[in-house]
Every structure is written in C-alpha cells, then in structure tokens.
Design a protein. Structure first.
Lengths: 253, 206
C-alpha cells in the first residue's frame, strides 16, 4: 500500500508553465504518433523525447521509476512469450523453443513504445494538479457530468484514504498482519465494507451541505486559464518535433 | 493486471473498445442525475482507495478489481466511475495508457454492467442471510469476465499474443476466487450494517 495519494505537483520548469489543454492534447498526439512507429531507431527517438520531457519536469527519478514499474507486470508476460512465438529467423535454440529475431524486434518495439507513452503522459499530464486537469478536460469537450464526477472523486480520494489509514491502523493495533489466508481476505472484506458504509454516510452529509449552499442540480466550473501566444509557440514546436518521428521511421525502413 | 498498456493492441480492437465505451458512457451519464453525483463520487473514491490495497495471494500480492461489486452497488453509474478511476490511474500512477483507455474501460465496465443487470436482481431475491452468495458471484464473475476480455483483446490483436493471452487467462482464475471471497464478505457485511446500500439504485435516491 503505497502512494494512494494523488500527487500535488511540486514541479517547475517550462512544462509547468504551459496551458493544461495544450499538455493533454500533446500527450494524446504523442501517443498516437508513437504507437504508429515500427522501426527501432524512431521508437528509440520517441522514448528519448519522452524521457527529455520527463526530465524537464524535474520529477524525482524514484517516482518515475515506480510508475513505470506499474506497467511492467503486464509487459513481463508479453515479453517472456513474444520472442518465442513470433515466426522469424531463429537466433538461439532449436525445435519449437527458439528465440526469433522478429520476436525480439516486436518485444523491443512494444517495450519502448509503451514506456515512451507512459513517460510522456506522466510528464505532461501527471504533473498537473488533478483539479486543473479536470477543468482542462471540460474545456476540451469531455462531458461536464463526467468532469464533475472526476473532480469530486479526486477530492474524496484524499479523505477516504485518510479514513482507510485510520481503519488500517486500528487493525494493526490489534496485531493484524496480512497473510495469504482466509482470515486476511475476510478482514480486508470487512475493511472495505466499513469504508463503503462510512463513505455512504459521508455522501449524504456532502449532499446536505451542498443543498444548504443552494445546490439545485447544476454545478459550475470556475477557472481562469488563458491561452497565451507562448502556448501556441510551444504547441507548434512540439508538433514539428513530433512530425520528425514518422519521417525518421520511413527513412530507416 | 487488467490495465493493458499502449502499443500492444491492434487498431480495430482499439476502435471497438473506444466505441463500446463511449456509447456505454453516454447511456450511463443520461441516467445519472446531478443529485447523485456526490454519492457516485464518494463511492468511486472508496473503490479507488480499496483497489490500491495489496492483497496477499500465495507468494505474490494482487490488487482487487472490484468492478463486480461496483456493478452491484452503483448500477449504471459504475461505467463513469470506472472510467474516472482508469483516467486517474493512467495519468497519475502510470497504469495502462491513453489510447487503450476505451478498451480498458470496456473490459472493466461490461462485467460490471452484467453484475448490475443480472446478478443484482438475483441477489435481491435471496433471503438476507444468503445474499453474500450474490457478492461471491459478482466478485468472481467480474474478474473472470474482465480476464476473458483482456485475453480476447490480446488474442484478437495478433496471433503472436495468443500464448500470452492464455497465460493471463490462467492467472485470473485464482484471482477470481480471492476476489469472490472478499466481495462475499463485503456484501455480507453491508447486508448486516447498511442494507439500504444493496437496494435497487433507482429507489435508493427517491
């Protein structure tokens, strides 16, 4: 159980100064371009570009590494099987169990691409304040109801995480140590059940409080973000660099 | 393990996932009153926090998906709640990716809806003391169906992924059992402490 808190950005640098809408669109475009590459050099360039973005945010290396590791559980299964299952020229091994060059190539491509996309996403969007992120999504045309749900969820995650830590501490005070047995699973079931029951009571209080403040079934999004010429400039520059990736991909084919 | 990263799935699979999720989302948002947004937000935050618990299983540890339980408790609202959780997990924790968001949402939301529309009515007909069976069914079905859909998404994307898809499908079996047991406990607990949570969603806010 680590890092359930959503991050509050402590980042500086030129990325932090850019408009959130630009950062979200840039991350999306980057993902689209990166996924379409299919040569190692261009993919490597995309990965380095994402790494450069991440280093520009001055996120701590430990945080980045932990988040990239979240990805690798799934990747592990794929990367272990792919070199054996893709038909191609065998490099090592004989018979049915052999590692092919095409398999290694595909595995390398997927590893680079997936990590590049996540790195860019963490650098461009992950460093946003979650509330700012929600507002930017609304400005980009995401349904407002969904954005309100996201904003309120973000707020509640903090509070419920504290509630969770209190409940968990009460269990620890009674010498509870999680093991792989039914007792643990049952105890966690009670823990989650309690969390849900308390959160329902909390929801009722929130709605009452909102009604007291004249809530009539309509919420408003207030933010004052202005798009500046520098955002346009940064967007154009990013697009230009992005276009060079598929060009490099064609050239190295 | 239910978060597929970017750069793996083929374009047709991605497009299908995006379209299915978008239409489910549109249907779910139409049914969601602003009045119920606070409750949905608090419950989805509770699910978000719960899904970060490391549950020991054998030599390793897993996170719960909880999509079956979300279907039971939230009904259609589970769709936007799951999407919000997936967006937050992708943007701030590095789980999954951007373009696969549609597929990942579909893989989680369709089982949740199955639980909401089929398991929940059946559970409500059970006598109060046996409702935990509904929890067991929802928990294990949610994981099994998600696992199946993840494996399908992989297998349909490229032939080379088929072995990986099979490995994943096998991994999901014990997970389904554990999640079923935990969800059964949760539902049994809620039945005793706050049975109104298990009432049909529509009448709960009247």
């Amino acid at each position: 159980m680590s890092g359930a808190r959503l991050p509050s950005p402590q980042t500086q640098g030129w990325i932090a100064a850019r408009d959130p809408r630009l950062r979200i669109s840039a991350a999306l475009l980057f993902a689209l371009v990166t996924v379409s590459l299919d040569q190692i050099p261009a993919t490597l360039a995309a990965f380095l570009m994402a790494a450069a973005l991440a280093s520009a945010t001055r996120m701590r290396l430990k945080d980045i590494a932990r988040r990239l590791l979240a990805l690798e559980g799934f990747m592990l299964v794929l990367l272990m099987t792919l070199p054996f299952t893709v038909p191609g020229n065998p490099i090592i091994g004989t018979g049915t169990l052999r590692i092919t060059d095409a398999g290694l190539h595909l595995a390398g491509l997927i590893l680079l691409k997936a990590n590049a996309v996540v790195l860019a996403l963490l650098a461009l969007v992950g460093t946003l304040e979650p509330v700012v992120f929600g507002h930017a999504l609304a400005r980009l045309g995401v349904p407002e109801k969904l954005v309100h749900l996201l904003l309120m969820t973000v707020r509640q995650i903090h509070l419920l995480h504290e509630e969770f830590l209190r409940l968990r501490q009460a269990m620890r005070a009674r010498a509870f140590v999680p093991r792989s047995n039914r007792h643990t699973w049952r105890s966690y079931g009670f823990l989650i059940g309690m969390l849900l029951v308390r959160s329902l009571a909390r929801a009722q209080r929130i709605l009452d409080a909102m009604r007291c403040r004249c809530f009539q079934g309509q919420l408003y999004l207030l933010d004052s973000r202005v798009w500046t010429p520098r955002d346009t400039l940064a967007g154009a520059g990013f697009a230009a660099v992005l276009v060079s990736l598929p060009v490099l991909d064609r050239m190295t084919r | 393990m239910a978060h597929i990263p970017d750069a793996i799935l083929s374009t047709p699979v991605l497009v299908t996932g995006g379209l299915v999720s978008a239409s489910l989302l549109a249907a779910a948002l139409r049914r969601l009153d602003y009045d119920r947004v606070p409750q949905a937000a608090v419950l989805s935050a509770a699910f978000f926090v719960s899904s970060l618990i490391n549950v020991p299983v054998g030599p390793s540890s897993v996170h719960l998906l909880l999509n079956g339980l979300m279907g039971l408790l939230l009904g259609w609202t589970a769709v936007p709640a799951l999407l919000v959780a997936l967006i937050l997990q992708a943007a701030f924790f590095g789980f999954g990716g951007i373009l696969v968001l549609g597929v990942n949402t579909m893989n989680m939301a369709v089982p949740a809806l199955v639980c909401a529309l089929l398991v929940a009515p059946w559970m409500r007909r059970l006598p109060a003391g046996r409702r935990f069976w509904g929890g067991f069914a929802a928990g294990s079905l949610g994981v099994l169906m998600t696992g199946l859909m993840v494996a399908l998404a992989l297998g349909l994307s490229a032939d080379a992924f088929t072995p990986a898809a099979k490995v994943l499908a096998v991994i999901y079996l014990p997970l389904a059992l554990v999640e079923g047991l935990i969800t059964a406990t949760i539902v049994g607990f809620i039945q005793r402490v706050a049975p109104e949570l298990l009432a049909p969603v529509e009448s709960a806010h009247a």
